[in-house]
Design a protein around this ligand. Structure first.
Ligand code: SF4
Length: 618
């Protein structure tokens, strides 16, 4: 089918072999690509019950049918079983890496096994090399990326790599791409590290054919027009995602001091205007994206002056700025850059560090374990020191490196009450109090409590959604239908590997039209949503197979305490709320009371037809 390259590359690091398989004909129609291909490959290839850091856990880079074409704002998808919580994990990255994977001739690359010593992979069209990475081990992501590129002597190679955090199997280690984009919440950088895989470099020379070139050009123009006409998109283009800060602060969604509060009087010192005037220097973009939401900058004053840095996205402003009370944009940018270089997820890092500071302030952490480090909110120097300890698993950092849930188990003394994670994933910068829908999206998220698998806040605050009126965040009614609908829609869109910010402007009809023109796969709105629902159900089956139970679908005590500030002040979750939301949600999905898809639902979605493995042996 046009739009696809028709091949999947398999690489076995243990045997240092590689082979190709044809993309099965059934895959595009049933699962489209991206998230859909990712779950099918993971479901088939992961031996049930395998530890995420076992060599048998596959690492899958997946594209979509629009990736590498002129369709705007497309990204790549990285899939594996997550070290942090043992669930399915899909994470999306920008840059140019995944486009090169397609130009090399592949819809997906699957890496299995473990090299006996550190290696990096070099993939150039159908040539695959295993190169010694001993000289790269220990380097940060920027140094690694630059060193690999310099060694290859070809600027067209695109590189992804891990930093020290991935090498040290920190369970929220990320993968850096080129190196200004990151992916891998849930610890996919640690999967790299567990395989002794430091980096992957890829380039290719093949073209991508589309089914109907003239109509494809027309509908891509339409997508560009929609992006240009969208106020939300233009706001992202000008100010990046930090433009969301005033809204989240007003409503009380912003994490402040380990989610002890939901808004801060310091928000203005952290907003887009502060970053723009004091750090940002120019815009930049991922491949083929007209939005240019990336900002390159330089810290101009203070102890970190001279450091070149990326913009700090809203999530990182929330978890570093609000949650750690680091109000200076210079310190925030430097901490953000430090996490990127060490290969750490800023959301989880902000979560575990905020937890550690609160535990320290309550006298629940032994000072000797942090080398006499005087931890306190807002002290960026001690925060930076603790972040280095985490990446290198030193002192208290070793405990924190396994995530906030494990850290609370290790510390005991009631610390789990303020360990802010849902389904084992540290809570993003949208505190759920004030949004019953967001709480439900977190407790039912396919990779844990993630804001990108359903974001009902916008519908709740506006009072409407595509099917009519929507109750506000205090109320539970309608949330099961809303959240399951949005999860299905996002799963379908992620099968195209869309960028979330592009979604703010491009209509769903236009996405479907681009898919049809590129591939000939013409799906009605209902059929498109059904693909998303199929993917979501397949992922639930995977998570159940790997040991997930609905007991994990709860919130920590912190979110059962009344929100102290903001428009939604006073809201909290009760156990009864959680039970009622799950009941609604399971009914909306056609699942039983324990969250298991019924045979009737699986039959309606034809998931049972996907149970046969795609490939036997090599
Ligand atoms: S909107 Fe930003 S993150 Fe998304 S593809 Fe464009 S430049 Fe990349």
């Amino acid at each position: 089918m046009k739009g696809y390259m028709g091949k999947i590359l398999f690489v076995d690091l243990t045997s240092r072999t590689h082979w190709e398989r044809d993309l099965p004909d059934s895959m595009p129609g049933a699962l489209i690509g991206g998230k859909g291909f990712g779950i099918k490959l993971l479901y088939d290839l992961l031996p049930p019950g395998t530890d995420p850091l076992d060599p048998a856990n596959p690492l899958v880079f997946v594209s979509g049918p629009l990736t590498g074409t002129s369709a705007p704002s497309m990204r790549g998808c990285l899939v594996s079983k997550a070290p942090l919580n043992g669930m399915f994990d899909d994470s999306y990255f920008g840059g140019h890496f995944i486009q090169e994977v397609k130009y090399a001739g592949y819809d997906a690359i699957v890496v299995i096994g473990k090299a006996y010593s550190p290696v990096y992979l070099v993939i150039s069209d159908d040539r695959v090399e295993f190169r010694d990475a001993a000289h790269l081990w220990g380097l940060d992501t920027y140094e690694t990326c630059n060193s690999v590129k310099a060694g290859l002597g070809d600027a067209m190679f695109r590189v992804c790599c891990i930093g020290p955090a991935g090498e040290n199997l920190v369970k929220f280690a990320l993968v850096d791409f080129e190196p200004h984009r990151q992916a891998g919440r849930g610890g996919l950088g640690a999967v790299f590290g567990s395989k002794n895989l430091k980096a992957v470099a890829v380039r290719g020379d093949k073209g991508i054919e589309v089914a109907y070139p003239e109509s494809f050009t027309e509908v891509v123009s339409q997508a560009h027009k929609e992006l240009a006409d969208s106020g939300d998109t233009q706001e992202f283009a000008k100010c990046s995602s930090v433009s969301l800060l005033p809204f989240s602060n007003e409503f009380g969604f912003l994490p402040v001091r380990n989610f002890q509060d939901g808004s801060t009087a310091q928000a203005e010192s952290m907003n887009a205007a502060a970053h723009e005037s004091r750090v940002w220097m120019r815009h930049w973009a991922c491949a083929g994206c007209p939005i240019h939401c990336g900002k390159m900058g330089m810290i101009k004053r203070g102890p970190y002056a001279g450091a070149i840095c990326d913009n700090v996205e809203y999530e990182s402003v929330g978890l570093i700025g609000g949650n750690l009370a680091v109000n200076s944009v210079e310190a925030m940018a430097f901490i953000n850059q430090t996490c990127d270089k060490l290969g750490l997820d800023t959301i989880s890092t902000g979560g575990v560090v905020g937890f550690a500071i609160e535990a320290y302030e309550r006298g629940l952490i032994d000072e000797a374990s942090i080398g006499g480090l005087p931890l306190s909110f807002g002290d960026h120097k001690s925060i930076l020191e603790l972040i280095h300890q985490i990446a290198h698993r030193e002192g208290l950092g070793d405990l924190l490196a396994d995530g906030v849930v494990k850290a609370a188990e290790g510390l005991g003394n009631g610390t789990s009450g303020f360990a802010c994670a849902i389904q084992g994933l540290e809570t993003p910068a949208w505190g759920p109090r004030g949004s019953a829908g967001m709480g439900l999206a977190y407790i039912t998220g396919d990779r844990g409590g993630c804001h990108q698998r359903g974001f009902p806040i916008g519908y709740e605050t506006s009072g409407s959604w595509p099917k009519g009126e929507m109750a506000d965040g205090w109320r539970l009614d309608g949330k099961g239908e809303l959240v399951s609908w949005e999860q299905n829609l996002l799963a379908a869109l992620y099968s195209l590997t869309i960028c979330e910010f592009g979604r703010s402007g491009i209509s769903y009809d236009t996405y479907r039209s681009m898919l049809a023109a590129a591939t000939g796969l013409s799906l009605s709105e209902e059929e498109f949503l059904l693909v998303g629902e199929r993917i979501w159900n397949l992922i639930r089956l995977f998570n159940l197979r790997e040991g997930w139970t609905q007991d994990q679908a709860g919130v920590p005590q912190r979110f059962k305490e009344a929100l102290p500030s903001g428009v939604m002040k006073g809201h909290a979750f009760s156990d009864e709320d959680i039970a009622a939301l799950l009941e609604q949600y399971n009914a909306a999905r056609g699942w039983d009371d324990s969250g298991r898809p019924t045979s009737r639902t699986l039959g309606r979605l034809r998931v049972d037809e996907l149970m046969e493995p795609l490939f036997e042996g090599k």
